[in-house]
Design a protein around this ligand. Structure first.
Ligand SMILES: *[C@@H]1O[C@H](CO)[C@@H](O)[C@H](O)[C@H]1NC(C)=O
Ligand SMILES: *[C@@H]1O[C@H](CO)[C@@H](O)[C@H](O)[C@H]1NC(C)=O
Ligand SMILES: *[C@@H]1O[C@H](CO)[C@@H](O)[C@H](O)[C@H]1NC(C)=O
Ligand SMILES: *[C@@H]1O[C@H](CO)[C@@H](O)[C@H](O)[C@H]1NC(C)=O
Length: 429
């Protein structure tokens, strides 16, 4: 077993040596492999896809406010043998995560693999500020603090619309179907409430344990942590800290260094994840814990962290709270206005976990009660299903994939049929 793995790594090393012209990247990766970091924790999206036999692409797009984002695409899943279905699917990651979080659990459990295996043209965006999308046409994230002036609201207002428009233009589709997890659910809700012109571009929204109101978040650690960002925000700005938990930052470096060890991963790191979220014994494989720390935390703005602190202390789902006087200036009211969930008229499926300590059932139930077009309000059968399980559990194929598949199928058709249709239309134009 062990020697086979060793041989495999050696083989890859040799391959990598040939592939990489950049000497520095090569040596640092080689060094990390020697130090015992699992290979998958060092690979990026396209490298992981290639390793497991998935055809993928890398795309770059620019938002209306100048942020340059990286989006990945899996054009065909390894286990997709039939025709591709239309419309394309957008798979949106959560807070402090990236496109790679959908692959950390490996090809038998990572949703990027599983959804593309169902023959969907899968697009996996990265939100501004994470390690793939830390670029701007004018601003330098290392020097210009204006770069970091964003929270989930800007993701929803700019990044998701830009990603959707890019995919629609590139694939010549009329709609996309959206699968969003946690913050990727919040962005969907905010976009559809604030930018209603996007309703027509969406078939169905499948929201996996989406964030909305978060007053009942049970994770004490996350509560304290985000609250500290909220009340210290002006202080952090004053001392020049605008970015939170970047990849390659001290937290991620230490976590990756410790959790690369199998025994530490299975004890300390596993327990730490359970303290942030909740206990679900046996759900996340130790190898996944070793790997995920190479891609998490992926970085965001301190302002976004502060927005979460705010969300966990008010019983509404609302815009950023700048304090009474600036709120008056920005919104015309002393309190930040709530998002109008009645305006989210697109069809939505909400999937919840009973043991989710981050987006807790009390809040997601509140959400579904306020949404006008909920197709289904589904609780994962496993009573211990928690927040991190969506990305990291090795039970995803059984626990959540069937529901995702059901609705993607309902809202899609075989692509060749669509193409034939547009070709016929074009012929008669
Ligand atoms: C991912 O890795 C490949 C191969 O090393 C490289 O060509 C590509 O630029 C990387 N993508 C990103 C976004 O870093
Ligand atoms: C739309 O796609 C075409 C071809 O793929 C490209 O040339 C064009 O720049 C795209 N337009 C936008 C607005 O992205
Ligand atoms: C930062 O937040 C903590 C609470 O988490 C608080 O005790 C402390 O006073 C704050 N520091 C500043 C400088 O505001
Ligand atoms: C919220 O959206 C609904 C549906 O579009 C609309 O009828 C209602 O007036 C909106 N409410 C507010 C406060 O804007």
């Amino acid at each position: 077993m062990f020697s086979k793995e060793y041989l495999y790594i050696l083989l890859l090393l040799i391959l990598l040596q040939k592939l990489f012209k950049n000497k520095k990247a090569k040596t640092s990766r080689e060094l990390k492999l020697q130090q015992g970091y699992p290979l998958n924790s060092l690979l990026n999206f396209t490298e992981l896809a290639t390793k497991y036999g998935y055809a993928s692409e890398q795309h770059t797009l620019t938002t209306d406010d100048g942020y340059i984002l990286t989006m990945f695409r899996i054009t065909r899943g390894k286990n997709c043998h039939g025709p591709i279905r239309d419309p394309p699917v957008l798979l949106m990651h959560g807070l402090l995560m990236s496109s790679d979080s959908w692959m950390d659990a490996g090809p038998k459990a990572g949703l990027a693999y599983l959804i593309s295996d169902l023959c969907y043209d899968l697009w996996v965006p990265n939100i501004r500020g994470n390690y793939y999308s830390k670029k701007h046409i004018k601003l330098d994230p290392e020097k210009d603090h204006e770069y970091w002036d964003f929270s989930t609201i800007e993701f929803a207002y700019y990044d998701i619309p830009a990603s959707i428009d890019y995919v629609l233009n590139y694939t010549m589709s009329e709609k996309i179907n959206y699968v969003g997890y946690s913050q990727g659910g919040s962005t969907f809700l905010i976009m559809n409430s604030e930018r209603t012109e996007y309703h027509d571009k969406i078939g169905v929204g499948i929201l996996l344990q989406p964030g909305s109101r978060q007053i009942y978040t049970r994770s004490q650690l996350l509560r304290h942590f985000t609250y500290a960002y909220q009340i210290n925000l002006t202080y952090l700005y004053k001392i020049g800290i605008y970015e939170a938990l970047p990849l390659g930052g001290i937290v991620q470096k230490v976590a990756a260094f410790l959790c690369k060890n199998y025994i530490i991963a299975d004890t300390v790191c596993r327990n730490f994840l359970s303290i942030i979220d909740s206990f679900h014994p046996g759900s996340v494989e130790t190898e996944t814990i070793r790997v995920l720390m190479g891609h998490f935390p992926a970085g965001t703005s301190v302002k976004n962290m502060a927005w979460y602190g705010q969300a966990m202390n008010v019983d509404v789902f609302q815009k950023f709270d700048y304090g009474p006087s600036k709120n008056l200036q920005m919104y015309g009211t002393a309190e930040p206005p709530p998002f109008n969930l009645s305006a989210v008229t697109v069809p939505v499926v909400v999937i919840h976990g009973r043991n989710d300590f981050l987006t807790s059932p009390a809040d997601t139930d509140w959400l579904t009660n306020h949404l006008p077009n909920v197709l289904e309000d589904y609780y994962v059968v496993d009573p211990l299903w928690n927040h991190f399980d969506v990305t990291y559990s090795h039970f995803t194929a059984k626990s959540i994939l069937p529901k995702i598949k059901e609705y993607l199928e309902k809202y899609s058709q075989i692509r060749e049929m669509c193409l034939a249709k547009t070709q016929t239309i074009n012929k008669y134009k």
